[in-house]
Design a protein around this ligand. Structure first.
Ligand SMILES: Nc1ncnc2c1ncn2[C@@H]1O[C@H](COP(=O)(O)OP(=O)(O)OP(=O)(O)O)[C@@H](O)[C@H]1O
Length: 670
């Protein structure tokens, strides 16, 4: 260590980088991968990361609390607007206030009744009837206000959920690249859960307590208006105390979250390495480590309890002081004014309700503000800027050529001619373009292989074709600018067999034909073509999550079956044969050649043998096209990119590849 060798410096730098990365992108690491193409991280990291979830969630909460506080009323307003129409917005406050007025009026009426009975004892039932009426009114209004309130909350939850889901479905790919899937799932699970279950209850309790407190203070002021002074003084003290509590509680909660993570990660790491721990007899060390983490966490948790206890004590002190003011106020006043016993009784009994209720109120209102962060987060997701789809309202496609039959959106594309016209693509507006000035044309029915080193931009060509990211310049399919085609239509008309086969947890029928456009016999026939009929007992056979009850090869074949069924003029294969065995690979290749003989096929390839018989090969480097011609022609240039790539496969393979290219060349009489 003392030598300070370059290796040690390198290690220190690395550690620093990891630390920085963890700080900066911690949430991304823990919740999942932001980018679908990233290699999976080591499992130990994800175990530790999982344990960090609470801590990070607290961080996120903190970040959003600031948003809520800064946006303040806006979030509340938008929540109510999402759940209540104009009538409900009018009815809700009225029912809340009326409920409280009737309840307080009942208490006051009792005092009035007692006072008049002492003044002139009689058996007048009017008092009783009015009191009964007030009690019944109190019951009815309380029920009505609860019904209206819960209806508004339920509507808000449903509407915001639907809006969030809708806006997520239309979100651009960039959103999914920058938001880890765990975070998105949290919005739908944790935040929606809070909005459905916790927020309405806590909200109603907070509102009720606030109204009861107002009722009590108003009645005490009516009985003895000097009490307004005491109320203002003690009310200010209360607000100060509450401010301290909210701030402290938030920080302590954060502290507790931080202290909890190491304990959980220690536990999960221990469970993961239990075999090693037992083999090395290091149970004691691990136990001490766990005890240490738990002690730290317990200390933080004890702080939470102590904080709650302390605020409870001080709130009770405030209530007792208020009671003291009321009682002594009446004693002092008795020397100068006539004070009725029933009024004293009313004021004292009402003030005593405050004790205990105030504590509960503070806790619930803090919880309410905390839960509103969930609403804020959901509101954020309802406003995701949708994908640019200028054509969605305008189904007329514009052509660069005079309008022909091809402009008919139903039959488009009829030929499968693709041309890139000075096309640039950038994933983020601030980044450099990933595709640079692509200019090429693919004739109808051509089989094109796309090759290049990793990161050269092969997959980005597919992204551009599907318009997964904003493009500059134009991409024309059968002379129609894809920018003028509605996105759903464009994506519907190009089939893709992706690198990772995508299957839904649903029936085979749904996976192959989600919109129910084809007959069972047609679906069976394509299953037969990809030799899967035996593997699939029936079309209602359920595919489990991610297609785990099928092998990777079978999943690829299902995707191929889906593509055949769609019968599109353009097929894109993204290294589709990278993970399958030789036989399945051969079957996929043969089926594609047969079934897509008249279609334009673009194959992004890693293995050169699958594309050596293509009509042309497009070689990419750093987002530009460096070569584009028949493979045999390209291989004549011994300085060329393709030739060098072929050489890297070894002498035997090189010979074989050149052979395939030459044969294809002879066949096509180039
Ligand atoms: N979603 C994305 N967001 C930001 N940058 C991206 C995204 N996808 C790709 N890139 C960047 O674009 C460049 C080209 O990537 P692309 O995936 O097209 O390469 P590729 O040739 O298909 O590589 P590979 O063979 O490894 O799949 C790379 O520099 C990559 O970092």
């Amino acid at each position: 260590m003392n030598s300070n060798s370059p290796y040690l410096q390198f290690l220190a730098k690395k550690e620093e980088e990891i630390e920085k990365e963890r700080d900066g992108k911690a949430d991304e690491d823990s919740f999942g991968h932001g980018h679908s193409r990233k290699p999976s991280t080591v499992s130990a990291k994800s175990v530790v990361s999982e344990a960090h979830m609470d801590d990070l969630h607290t961080d996120l909460e903190k970040e959003h609390e600031e948003v809520v506080l800064s946006q303040g009323i806006t979030a509340y307003n938008r929540y109510i607007l999402a759940g209540a129409n104009l009538f409900m917005r009018f009815l809700l406050p009225i029912s809340l206030i009326f409920g409280q007025v009737v309840t307080s009026a009942g208490d006051y009426w009792l005092t009035f009744w007692v006072k008049s009975r002492f003044a002139a004892p009689s058996a007048d039932y009017t008092y009783l009837y009015i009191y009964t009426g007030l009690i019944i009114g109190c019951i009815i209004f309380t029920i009505i206000r609860s019904l209206i309130y819960y209806k508004v909350c339920m509507n808000a939850s449903q509407n915001l959920h639907d809006k969030m889901f809708h806006s997520l479905l239309r979100a651009p790919m960039r959103f999914f690249d920058t938001n880890p899937s765990g975070r998105i799932l949290n919005r739908f699970s944790r935040d929606m859960g809070a909005m459905d279950e916790i927020l309405p209850r806590v909200g109603l309790e907070t509102i009720t307590i606030f109204l009861v407190m107002c009722g009590i203070l108003v009645m005490i002021a009516i009985v003895n208006y000097y009490m307004i002074i005491a109320t203002i003084v003690l009310g200010s003290l209360f607000l100060v105390l509450r401010g301290w509590y909210v701030k402290t509680a938030k920080d302590i909660k954060h502290l507790e979250g931080i202290a909890k993570s190491p304990m959980l990660s220690h536990l999960s790491a221990t469970l993961n390495g239990i075999a090693t721990i037992r083999a090395t007899k290091s149970e004691g060390v691990l136990k001490d480590g766990f005890d240490h983490h738990q002690n730290v966490h317990t200390s933080a948790w004890y702080l939470t309890l102590a904080c709650m206890g302390a605020v409870g004590l001080w709130l009770d002190v405030l209530c007792v002081l208020f009671l003291l003011c009321i009682v002594f106020g009446f004693i002092l006043m008795a020397d100068y004014f006539e004070v009725s016993d029933s009024n004293v009784g009313l004021a004292v009994s009402q003030a005593m309700i405050l004790t205990g209720m105030l504590q509960f109120g503070v806790r619930q209102s803090t919880e309410f503000i905390n839960q509103m962060t969930s609403v804020e987060r959901v509101l954020d997701y309802t406003e995701i800027k949708p994908e640019e789809d200028a054509a969605s309202d305008n189904l007329n496609m514009t052509t660069i050529a005079p309008k022909t039959d091809t402009s008919d959106s139903e039959n488009w594309p009829q030929f499968g001619r693709i041309s890139f016209n000075h096309t640039y693509l950038r994933y983020s507006p601030d980044d450099d373009p990933v595709l640079n000035d692509l200019n090429f044309e693919i004739k109808p029915g051509e089989k094109i292989g796309i090759v290049g080193r990793t990161g050269a931009g092969k997959s980005s060509i597919i992204s551009a074709l599907f318009r997964l990211a904003p493009i500059e310049g134009g991409i024309f399919i059968d002379n129609i600018d894809t920018k003028t085609v509605p996105l759903s239509n464009l994506r519907d008309k190009i089939s893709i067999i992706p690198q990772e086969p995508v299957l839904f947890s649903a029936s085979v029928r749904y996976n192959l034909d989600p919109f129910g456009n084809y007959k069972d016999s047609e679906i069976y026939s394509v299953l037969e073509e990809v030799e899967l009929k035996k593997a699939v007992p029936s079309l209602d056979f359920e595919i489990t999550a991610g297609g785990s009850n099928f092998s990777i090869g079978q999943r690829q074949l299902l995707c191929l079956a889906r593509a055949i069924l769609r019968n599109n003029k353009i097929l894109v294969l993204d290294e589709a044969t990278a993970n399958v065995d030789h036989r399945t690979d051969a079957l996929i290749q043969a089926t594609i050649r047969k079934k897509f003989a008249h279609c334009t096929v673009l194959t992004v390839a890693h293995r050169l043998n699958t594309i050596m018989d293509s009509h042309r090969i497009l070689v990419m480097a750093a987002g530009r096209i460096v070569e584009f011609d028949h493979p045999y022609v390209l291989l004549q240039n011994t300085d060329g990119f393709l030739y060098k790539m072929v050489l890297e496969t070894g002498p035997a393979m090189t010979e074989q590849l050149i052979d395939i290219a030459a044969q294809t060349c002879a066949k096509t009489k180039l």
